[in-house]
Design a protein around this ligand. Sequence first.
Ligand code: SAM
Ligand code: SF4
Length: 332
Amino acid sequence: MPAEGALVDRHGRVHTDLRISVTDRCNLRCVYCMPEEGLAFLPRSEILSFGEIARVARVARTLGVRSIRFTGGEPLMRRGLVELVGMVAGEGFDDVALTTNGTLLVPHARALAAAGLHRVNISCDSLQPLRFSEIRRRGDLGTVLGSMDAAEAAGLSPVKVNVVVVAGVNDDEILDFCAFGRDTGRLVRFIEYMPLDAEGSWCRDQVVPSEELLARIGAQWPLAPVAAAGGEPAPAERFRFVDGRGEIGVVGSVTRPFCGTCNRLRLTADGAVRNCLFTDDEVSVRAVLRNGGSDDDLAVAVRKAVWGKLPGHGINDPGFLRPVRSMSMIGG
Ligand code: SAM
Ligand code: SF4
């Protein structure tokens, strides 16, 4: 493991993107993410404080991390998130983003932008009010659409709309979402359903392969691939509508894995650094933080987490085992 320089893993991938989960709690219970009841939340004492998170971010910045994304659980469930955004954004990252379910954003959008947040991804899996409530179990579509307006009014653009596509649940809305993106200028990102639901009920038949999704869209509105900005690796493959009415993103984690160029690492709410959504190998920085460790000790811990990354997530291998933590506990 290199003692200095960029955050590189043993396969040569350089890591520049840190996703920070600020809470494992959520005010919704989306069917593909959390059970209706019974998921135990972390005790407060185990959750990193703002000072601890900001310190890890600062060290990550010195190790070449350029992009930060706040996530959860629902990040806006963490009281004082605006203050944390300010603390982390002050470290000078190129990109500071937030993934949210959009239910609590409206009153905070302007303050978040003022604190240094650049943009938001807002999750929304149906444009039909009843179905929206069935998938997300709580919350309502109107509030989430309103949060997209509020984000844009606050300058948190471009708004990206995350849509988890589940076969037989919302895949009949793929074209409706494209029309929505074409009309509003919002960038819709279709995400393949991953085996990270807390109930362990994921099955392959529920995945709509990105290739099929693209064929369905292309038959209505021809698409052309868009190269990633600055050659940066990105999980979402981008496609523009050939008629010039915007673009979509496709996150094909299951059928078109992008592990070979993955540049992400994650910090869980309880201070574990994970190098992959699908791994159980974690390195605790909380132990370093709370045992009087120095910034150098923190850097070694983060380097160690990155160095051990496997070449791929293995979802398609016969022996694949789901990770113990589910999506709401890792942060998407
Ligand atoms: N609560 C916030 C939200 O819903 O946007 C942030 C956390 S959520 C875990 C991050 C993203 O992961 C969301 O876009 C959500 O739809 C997505 N997600 C959750 N469970 C998923 C699963 N099993 N497969 C694919 N995406 C999932
Ligand atoms: Fe909560 Fe986001 Fe998971 Fe839905 S996807 S249950 S909003 S953490």
